[in-house]
Design a protein around this ligand. Structure first.
Ligand code: SAH
Ligand code: SF4
Ligand code: F3S
Length: 475
């Protein structure tokens, strides 16, 4: 709370000197990164800035970076080259935040090659941004505010949300898993969970403001409160609900049950769970809670037990498939989406075929595919059996063809059915067409009307296409 007090002081100081300032935030990472961007926007708007998409008009440009794969770095350095002219011509304040700023070699590169950058902060020091911004405005001082230690959970940050129907709520931060390819545990620190009362209050507030869909976010959502429980066996957290009732919440499964009772919220999603922690109580909560969507994002990464071991994923091909079967047996109509990495060090043709095999067996609704990218500081980066770029790309293309076939096949099951669709707004390309999503996150386009926006409505699916379904609305 002390930090927020300090933040408020600097926000008021900036407000006093700010003359109709404009800002732009460029989000480059995952949904947690997007959620952080909404908080960065919150701090800027509280300080009297208004948003612009035109970088040439912005007084402050913030890059919220990601470092999970190399292309994220390429994008940042490309963009920095672009904004240099705004700095030179307009004196724009250039700010870089996000996960990449926890990497020493990147911050050093910035200092050497991009000295025009004014402020740098990592995800753990985001709350200090108003102080840094104020000092940069009044003293024209270069600031690097990075904390190597584990950050605390900061409550009460201002937030300006991008959407008025769907909102994301971070429930935990950090990761303890250390998958050997992944940089996240190094830049986001150890797992720490928010107090369930704070989460409840935030979702309640969103519901009162008309939000219909909530996505609970964390690097490993099903280890919500697990570290805290390990530190304190008798962890006894209760949430006082709006109706005065008190409920105990000491796990992800119980959190889902709690959020499910909030009036006004119609859909609950969560990303990402880890297959190794997918306990029966979580499966039961998904089954019992009507608002929890029947789509589970279950990152596979690889279908080969050998590769999974080298990745430190802590499950085998069979354990993953058994988990999927168990979930399918307990929850009717449940669907899955996943993340896959191709070309992990040592991946043989046989290993790769195991991945294709799991994809065929599970039949995903959506597959996010990545080519393995070496990350400085991770265990896999030091492995000697790195895969040739040509082989990686060839496997990626084969994976992509199979994924497209599986997804198109899967889309056929919707034709002729009636789906509950949350209407999100008008199509960007056609004024008559409205767009929404099924519980399984499939885009549905249909001819509708304005007053349907923000409502969950039944739509008959008339036809399927690769990236969307066509629905029919009957009055
Ligand atoms: N915590 C989440 C997501 C982490 S990052 C989880 O465990 O599922 C999102 C995805 O990026 C990962 O699931 C993985 O598929 C991919 N990814 C992470 N590191 C990568 C790397 N070094 N190269 C390629 N893809 C990577
Ligand atoms: Fe990275 Fe693995 Fe943690 Fe996900 S679970 S953030 S892939 S280390
Ligand atoms: Fe990227 Fe950080 Fe998210 S590295 S994927 S923005 S947690």
């Amino acid at each position: 709370m002390k930090i927020i007090k300090m933040q408020d002081t600097y926000i008021s100081k900036i407000k006093q000197i700010n003359k109709n300032g404009k800002y732009a935030v460029l989000t480059m990472g995952c949904q947690l990164n997007e959620n952080d961007s909404e908080k960065i926007s919150g701090m800027l708007e509280e300080s009297g800035y208004t948003k612009t998409d035109d970088l040439a008009k912005a007084n402050v440009i913030v890059f919220n970076t990601c470092c999970v794969r190399e292309n994220a770095e390429d994008r940042l350095f490309g963009k920095l080259g672009e904004v240099k002219k705004y700095k030179e011509n307009n004196g724009t304040i250039i700010v870089i935040g996000g996960c990449m700023m926890q990497e020493k070699h990147i911050v050093n590169k910035l200092k050497q090659s991009y000295p025009f950058v004014d402020i740098v902060f990592g995800p753990h020091t985001m709350q200090d941004f108003p102080k840094d911004l104020y000092n940069s405005i009044v003293e024209n001082k270069k600031i690097e505010d990075i904390l190597d230690i584990e950050g605390n959970i900061i409550e009460g940050m201002p937030i300006v949300r991008d959407d008025s129907i769907k909102a994301s709520v971070a429930i935990m931060n950090g990761c303890n898993n250390f998958c050997t390819y992944c940089i996240v545990p190094y830049v986001r620190g150890r797992e720490r969970s928010r107090n369930p009362q704070d989460i409840y209050n935030e979702v309640l507030d969103l519901a009162k403001n008309g939000y219909k869909e909530i996505t609970l976010l964390g690097q490993n959502v099903n280890s919500y409160l697990v570290s805290e429980r390990k530190q304190n066996e008798n962890l006894n957290l209760t949430v006082k609900k709006e109706n005065g009732e008190e409920v105990e919440v000491n796990s992800f499964a119980k959190l889902l049950r709690l959020i499910n009772t909030i009036d006004g919220i119609e859909r609950i999603r969560f990303i990402s769970p880890h297959p190794k922690d997918f306990t029966d109580d979580v499966i039961d909560s998904i089954r019992d809670c009507d608002k929890v969507c029947n789509l589970i994002h279950l990152p596979l990464q690889s279908g080969s037990t050998n590769v999974l071991k080298a990745m430190n994923r802590k499950y085998t091909k069979e354990q993953y498939l058994n988990l999927v079967e168990k979930i399918k047996a307990k929850i009717p109509n449940i669907q899955f989406s996943t993340d896959i990495i191709v070309g992990f060090p040592g991946e043989t043709e046989e290993d790769f075929e195991d991945t294709l095999d799991v994809i065929k067996k599970v039949g995903y609704e959506q597959i996010f595919m990545f080519i393995y990218s070496r990350r400085v500081g991770t265990v896999a980066d030091k492995m000697e059996n790195q895969i040739d770029e040509k082989v990686k790309h060839e496997r990626f293309n084969r994976l992509k063809s199979l994924a497209e076939k599986i997804i198109e096949e899967g889309n056929k099951k919707y034709v002729g059915t009636v789906q509950k669709v949350l209407v999100e707004g008008k199509s960007k390309t056609n004024d008559k067409i409205y767009t929404g999503r099924t519980e399984t996150n499939k885009v549905v386009n249909f001819e509708g009307k304005d007053d349907l926006v923000g409502k969950v409505i039944p739509l008959k699916i008339a036809s399927e296409h690769m990236w969307y379904l066509k629905g029919e609305y009957e009055n």
